[in-house]
Design a protein around this ligand. Structure first.
Ligand code: NIG
Ligand code: FE
Length: 403
């Protein structure tokens, strides 16, 4: 069997089983977009790439982004840093509502171009799989537009993309004040249209103080399940409304944020196998205390880490930096952080990705790092020398070894 490609001479951290974080000296063979060989010999291949000196990790997985949006909120950021609160700004028509205005005014082509840039920036940081939410459209027409852009990114082969409908992200201007009526629209109109379009893999809801109640979140997610979508939820960013228990009860892929969550909520997540997605960009931008890793560990919850890439609370594409912050602020071990942006993130995203194994997808990020602990050790700016997506080299950089 002739391979399409052989990566020769690298050290591989498979993120499967007990991989030493220093990596093992293994050659990686690719055929038909999948890993077809992992071993110490050098089978014949149409193309060989010398990766000696490099540490090969699975292509990183970002399990939580809102990357289809227009407009900057740098001005709002400056006001917040000077003391205005996120909720005050939202109540005055800023925050998510401001991004909804900018996004609705922006053409499909421009939205696609903005989203593309963000995907390329993520990819330059080693990310090959991305969960992408809508949620800045907030009407059937505009939510579908955002999901179409997200799907297009996948079809263009820029990354593996999972799409999530987040119609229940905030109240759109035309529904001011009446959340229940808006939830009626999400359930009776938006969700059926989204499901029929085939543009979404999953449905999310923002269940929190200042957002949707537990009862409203349940209505949205139950309808999503009835329509055949997977579910996930933003819960406990500001207050614990019992969202973790709801996510667990409904078999959600993930429950995200969780700055505020009870022990019962964590137990429920562990029992259901729902992944907890931590979002360091948001807690750091909102100057909140990070959740404590010990509690998640004690409960046996699987933890992943996302960028939460969005214009309000997490303007970043640096997923390795998020892993670095999760270790420093929340107390994850370096190994937990690595799994949090690979294998566990893939589970949260509902994707076959995040490990290097024969038969698995040939998505690989190769770094000039001494060992995998150096990835969260470096405080930002870690960039791979080479990225393979579906067996094709999509990024190549001269990256001096710093860490
Ligand atoms: O994940 N929590 C809700 N949504 C985003 C923030 C969106 C925004 O401020 O635009 C988040 O933090
Ligand atoms: Fe989010």
């Amino acid at each position: 069997m002739t391979l399409d490609l052989l990566l020769e001479g690298g050290r591989v951290v498979t993120c499967e089983g007990d991989t030493p974080l220093k990596g093992r000296a293994l050659n990686v063979g690719v055929r038909d977009e999948r890993v077809a060989y992992l071993g110490t010999s050098a089978p014949t291949a149409r193309q060989t790439v010398d990766v000696s000196g490099l540490l090969l990790l699975p292509g990183l997985v970002d399990p939580h982004t809102h990357l289809v949006f227009a407009g900057s909120r740098a001005e709002e950021f400056a006001r917040r840093m000077a003391g205005a609160s996120y909720h005050e700004i939202a109540a005055a028509g800023g925050g998510i509502a401001a991004t909804v205005r900018y996004t609705r005014e922006t053409s499909d082509e421009e939205l696609l171009e903005l989203a593309r840039r963000r995907v390329l920036a993520l990819r330059a940081a080693g990310v090959t799989s991305i969960e992408v939410k809508s949620g800045y459209g907030l009407s059937t027409e505009h939510e579908l537009r955002l999901l179409r852009v997200a799907r297009r990114l996948d079809h263009e082969g820029l990354a593996r993309i999972r799409t999530t409908f987040l119609g229940a992200h905030a109240l759109p201007p035309e529904h001011t004040g009446d959340r229940d009526r808006y939830v009626d629209e999400v359930v009776a109109e938006q969700l059926p249209a989204v499901a029929a379009s085939g543009l979404a893999d999953a449905c999310d809801v923002y269940c929190d103080e200042g957002a949707f109640t537990l009862a409203q979140a349940r209505r949205v997610l139950e309808q999503a399940l009835a329509l055949g979508l997977a579910v996930r939820a933003h819960v406990g960013q500001f207050a614990d409304l019992g969202g973790a228990e709801l996510a667990a009860e409904l078999g959600a892929l993930s429950a995200d944020h969780l700055e505020e969550v009870s022990d019962a909520g964590l137990d429920a997540l562990a029992k259901a196998g729902t992944v907890a997605v931590l979002l360091p960009g948001a807690w750091s931008t909102l100057r909140q205390a990070a959740p404590r890793a010990e509690r998640f560990r004690a409960a046996g919850v699987t933890v992943a880490i996302g960028t939460d890439l969005n214009p309000g609370t997490s303007p970043t594409t640096d997923l390795p930096l998020m892993a670095a912050l999760a270790v420093r602020d929340a107390g994850l071990t370096t190994e937990e952080a690595l799994l949090g942006i690979t294998r566990h993130a893939a589970r949260a995203a509902g994707l076959d990705a995040g490990t290097i194994r024969v038969g698995g997808p040939a998505d690989i990020a190769a770094f000039t790092l001494s060992d995998a602990r150096a990835l969260p050790y470096a405080l930002g700016g870690v960039r791979p020398s080479l990225v393979l997506l579906r067996g094709r080299v999509v990024v190549r950089n001269e990256t001096p070894q710093l860490w």
